[in-house]
Design a binder for this molecule. Structure first.
Ligand SMILES: *[C@@H]1O[C@H](CO)[C@@H](O)[C@H](O)[C@H]1NC(C)=O
Ligand SMILES: *[C@@H]1O[C@H](CO)[C@@H](O)[C@H](O)[C@H]1NC(C)=O
Ligand SMILES: *[C@@H]1O[C@H](CO)[C@@H](O)[C@H](O)[C@H]1NC(C)=O
Ligand SMILES: *[C@@H]1O[C@H](CO)[C@@H](O)[C@H](O)[C@H]1NC(C)=O
Ligand SMILES: *[C@@H]1O[C@H](CO)[C@@H](O)[C@H](O)[C@H]1NC(C)=O
Ligand SMILES: *[C@@H]1O[C@H](CO)[C@@H](O)[C@H](O)[C@H]1NC(C)=O
Ligand SMILES: *[C@@H]1O[C@H](CO)[C@@H](O)[C@H](O)[C@H]1NC(C)=O
Ligand SMILES: *[C@@H]1O[C@H](CO)[C@@H](O)[C@H](O)[C@H]1NC(C)=O
Ligand SMILES: *[C@@H]1O[C@H](CO)[C@@H](O)[C@H](O)[C@H]1NC(C)=O
Ligand SMILES: *[C@@H]1O[C@H](CO)[C@@H](O)[C@H](O)[C@H]1NC(C)=O
Ligand SMILES: *[C@@H]1O[C@H](CO)[C@@H](O)[C@H](O)[C@H]1NC(C)=O
Ligand SMILES: *[C@@H]1O[C@H](CO)[C@@H](O)[C@H](O)[C@H]1NC(C)=O
Length: 795
């Protein structure tokens, strides 16, 4: 995984996390197991009175105090910033207010800011009701108005013919519904932490025949009551089996895992012991628990409620391995049931050795569920690069498609689609098509695919028909960012999806034909009517390094280009990523342009939506081609947008962008063009980073496929620490202490160098944040600090 990650909507836990290309190893080791070896997780108990059945035993409940990260406010004290610690307010349904109610009554039109950004409802996962496709359900996350202390995610219903919407589940601060599945015309299974334990469990929602007559929230029925969170869920189309995951110790059951945790807590000792890598991954220490998929049969009882009708089987028992993979794998992409519902495919991380830290070899495994005691079979052994996202054909039990890299240890290799038909010879679709596939969705007849891919800074959808014959490719959307496709149950040409752009936060859209693409949702309409934002996001291109064409974005200040304006020169992370035509809750162009800044954002060599050759070109060139592109891009912008004041420029970047800021700072021909810098979780010393970062594959591959001892020069040639003597410009350094990609000492070192050299600088240290600033209160503080710093040096 990169320094900075691609954004996909994934509601896991409490925050919107970027989903990623998570690449892991599956060295060829067969998971040998029989049903006799299976752990027998205790049958879930049922807390809802309606569900008491004799087949279920009651588990002792573990009382766990679950805190919602977004609601805890750790105190951050630096020279100027003090975020006060608050006692956890007890939010309840009665202080619920939608953003429309709040903005309609309380806000006069004014410039957009980051608080407005974070008060937007976040919409995701639209799915047609199977009965007739006339309505959809989607997830709606809302934040507490106006202070952002808390959020809730509910199931929301929308009638496509009348535009009527109904919030199906009750919004309660800290409660989040996620990962829902239509089981039939009127039934939904989903995950929620509405359980009295506060843990994520499986729930059932039964809709009335005519949903539009619903006048009150519908109370979901709790199906499971395990003493651990259920993190992932997938239900087969027959509603006869489901898969869920819990984080268990490799050879322990759910209950044994809980017992061991209690024993360890009671011991009073807190020591981690490691005999292999990872020590840490992304933002957690690897202390032994693993995401294991449990497979179980389900049955609808006469009262209409589902229960488990077999013992759940942990199909990874007793392996020290995860599925879905850490840190961002999700069941929607990495798990699949076959057409019959009787086989299960999954992507797995196999990390019995330290090689997990330097290989990207993910593999796909399948398991036949009809015969007890079957072993999983690895179907992608021959490829030592990543194979992931298995998706069984909806019509043929023997067909499975998946995404695949060809270069081992290269996480930013082109993803191609492969077809597996039961034999070891896989067919690569569109082998000569220069696009990296992000996601795929089958047509209902099992003959065609919908593909999501990046294309010149847009995230677009293609339809590839007749994959087994003549493979015709048709683009369906051309601009903006489209994800989360869900097909109409009757008419395959119609689908719903999420759409967003630099100018528009995400809405649910309906695609009926190339001439008819329209938004269905308006939850943020009132809020957006009360804030002033830029209405222009312009793409430009110029001759960059090596005289190659390089692209960029220009977003003028919200209040126009009549006066000269200061510049926010934004440098993206990755580095194999792009500034996309997408909305962001973190680095949002609008949060700068609305404050009077011109925004220039260059998609330099290494960016990922301009063909694989352009992406690959950053290899061994971290400080050269992108650096030249940024110089030439700045020249271009100052020449072509004369209102931009060249004397009032700030360069800002996170992750690779933070590294690049540190690199620029040591090169006077570029550094003196900026009055000041902002560097967020950026590397100072690429050599020491290569020994302390979690994922070694990208550090090594990007340096030319070398380790730092085989080729020290590969790690020194573009190392910012070698140029500290040339630093002159004031800098704001931002660090997340739980960032194990770019360990905090990189930022502390940057600050130390600046202070030691007497250069104005400030360190903003977030003890509870990771590579990203996710807590909304921290995000608002981040913008206050960053914009304040920029104003100080560029007013
Ligand atoms: C719910 O919150 C409101 C506003 O904070 C408060 O006045 C009320 O007492 C709370 N009710 C319960 C049941 O906690
Ligand atoms: C906004 O408030 C006005 C005046 O109170 C009201 O007429 C209108 O219906 C409200 N609009 C929305 C979308 O709530
Ligand atoms: C679902 O609805 C369709 C159309 O009304 C009906 O034909 C079918 O029997 C329903 N299925 C179930 C399981 O109720
Ligand atoms: C639903 O909304 C769409 C788009 O805003 C509009 O064209 C259509 O007329 C609306 N339908 C009804 C029944 O109001
Ligand atoms: C569902 O209820 C609404 C509101 O009462 C009504 O207008 C509509 O005709 C009903 N639909 C059906 C299919 O009965
Ligand atoms: C689980 O594995 C650990 C480490 O290999 C071992 O010490 C322990 O005895 C095992 N526990 C069980 C219940 O098999
Ligand atoms: C592609 O193949 C399908 C099915 O074999 C056929 O119906 C269609 O006409 C073909 N399209 C083209 C452009 O050849
Ligand atoms: C997006 O694409 C559609 C057609 O695909 C076009 O009509 C529209 O103008 C485009 N919008 C922008 C902002 O480029
Ligand atoms: C750069 O590329 C442009 C367009 O491809 C070409 O016209 C120009 O001659 C090239 N310049 C150099 C120095 O190669
Ligand atoms: C835009 O807003 C900024 C910040 O409020 C201000 O300094 C600038 O003069 C404004 N520009 C125009 C053209 O109004
Ligand atoms: C590949 O990329 C390099 C670096 O951007 C460029 O110089 C070269 O012309 C490209 N080759 C092709 C075949 O596009
Ligand atoms: C500092 O910059 C000057 C001018 O570009 C260069 O000659 C010198 O080598 C640089 N020194 C360091 C340590 O980077």
């Amino acid at each position: 995984m990169r320094f900075e990650l691609k954004k996909v909507f994934l509601f896991a836990g409490f925050f919107l996390l970027g989903a990623i290309i998570v690449l892991i190893p599956c060295v060829v080791v067969i998971a040998r197991r029989s049903s006799n070896e299976c752990p027998a997780p205790t049958t879930p108990s049922v807390t809802t009175s309606a569900m008491t059945t004799s087949s279920m035993t009651t588990l002792p409940l573990i009382t766990s105090s679950v805190t919602t990260p977004s609601m805890t406010t750790p105190s951050v004290t630096t020279s100027l910033v003090t975020t006060t610690t608050s006692s956890n307010p007890t939010w309840n349904a009665s202080d619920y207010q939608s953003n429309s109610d709040y903005y309609n009554s309380s806000v006069n039109p004014r410039n957009f800011d980051q608080s407005d950004n974070l008060r937007l409802d976040r919409l995701s996962s639209p799915q047609f009701r199977p009965i007739n496709g006339k309505s959809i359900i989607y997830l709606r996350r809302q934040y507490h108005m106006p202070d952002l202390r808390g959020s809730t995610t509910t199931l929301h219903w929308l009638d496509i013919e009348t535009n009527k919407t109904i919030q199906l589940t009750r919004p309660i601060w800290g409660k989040h519904d996620q990962q829902f599945f239509w089981i039939d015309n009127n039934t939904i299974l989903f995950l929620s932490n509405r359980a009295s334990t506060g843990l994520n469990q499986i729930f059932q929602l039964t809709l009335p025949e005519n949903v539009s007559q619903t006048i009150d929230f519908i109370d979901p029925i709790q199906i499971t009551n395990y003493p651990l969170d259920i993190d992932n869920l997938l239900v087969n189309r027959q509603a006869t089996r489901l898969a869920f995951s819990c984080q268990v110790y490799a050879n322990l059951t759910i209950q044994q895992t809980v017992d061991r945790q209690l024993t360890e807590q009671a011991s009073g000792r807190s020591i981690y012991q490691f005999d292999k890598l990872f020590v840490r991954h992304w933002d957690e220490y690897m202390t032994g628990r693993r995401h294991h998929p449990f497979l179980v049969q389900i049955t609808r009882q006469t009262n209409g409620i589902f229960n488990f009708s077999s013992e759940p089987i942990d199909i990874l028992f007793p392996l020290d391995s995860d599925s879905p993979t850490r840190p961002f794998g999700d069941a929607k992409a990495q798990w699949s049931f076959s057409a019959s519902g009787n086989s299960f495919a999954y992507t797995r991380q196999y990390d019995e050795t330290s090689e997990v830290a330097w290989t990207t070899n993910l593999d796909i495994w399948t398991i036949d569920l009809t015969t007890p005691g079957q072993s999983s079979v690895c179907i992608t052994k021959e490829n030592l690069a990543t194979d992931t996202d298995p998706s069984y054909s909806p019509t043929d039990n023997n067909i499975l498609v998946y995404r695949s890299h060809s270069i081992p240890r290269y996480e930013s290799d082109q993803f191609k689609v492969k077809v597996y038909n039961g034999s070891n010879t896989k067919i690569t679709l569109l082998d000569n098509w220069d696009r990296s596939i992000q996601a795929l969705t089958w047509s209902r007849d099992g003959q065609s695919l919908y593909l999501e891919t990046g294309e010149e800074a847009e995230n677009v959808i293609y339809y590839i028909s007749n994959i087994f014959t003549n493979q015709t490719i048709v683009p369906l959307t051309r601009n903006g960012t489209s994800h989360n496709i869900n097909l109409h149950p009757i008419d395959d040409q119609i689908f719903v999806f999420t759409y967003e752009s630099i100018l528009e936060p995400a809405n649910i859209y309906l695609y009926s034909s190339s001439d008819s693409i329209r938004p269905l949702t308006i939850h943020n309409k009132v809020l957006l009517s009360k804030v002033k934002m830029s209405t222009v996001a312009e793409k430009f291109s110029f001759a960059g390094a090596k005289n190659d064409t390089v692209w960029g974005w220009h977003i003028p200040p919200q209040n126009g280009t009549n006066n000269s304006a200061p510049l926010a020169f934004l440098i993206h992370g990755g580095p194999q990523s792009s500034w996309y035509n997408a909305w962001s809750y973190r680095w949002n162009f609008q949060s700068f342009s609305s404050q009077g800044y011109a925004v220039i954002a260059i998609n330099f060599h290494g960016s990922d939506s301009y063909g694989q050759n352009f992406t690959d070109s950053i290899n061994s060139n971290y400080g050269s081609l992108p650096y030249e592109d940024l110089q030439l891009g700045l020249d271009y912008a100052l020449t072509n947008y004369p209102y931009i004041d060249s004397q009032r420029a700030t360069a800002l970047g996170a992750s690779y962008g933070g590294y690049m800021v540190n690199w620029i700072a040591g090169h006077p021909e570029m550094s003196l063009r900026f009055k000041t810098f902002v560097t967020h979780n950026g590397a100072l010393d690429t050599r020491s980073k290569s020994y302390s970062s979690d994922e070694l594959w990208f550090t090594e591959y990007d340096a030319g496929n070398f380790t730092p001892w085989d080729n020290p020069d590969a790690f020194e040639i573009y190392n910012p620490v070698n140029h500290v003597a040339n630093w002159t410009q004031p800098m704001l350094i931002i660090v997340g202490a739980r960032d194990y990609r770019i360990p905090e000492t990189q930022g502390i070192g940057t600050f130390t160098a600046l202070q030691r050299r007497g250069i104005p600088s400030r360190l903003l240290y977030f003890p509870t944040e990771n590579h990203w600033i996710l807590n909304p209160l921290h995000s608002v503080a981040w913008y206050e600090e960053v914009l304040g710093w920029m104003r100080k040096y560029t007013s």
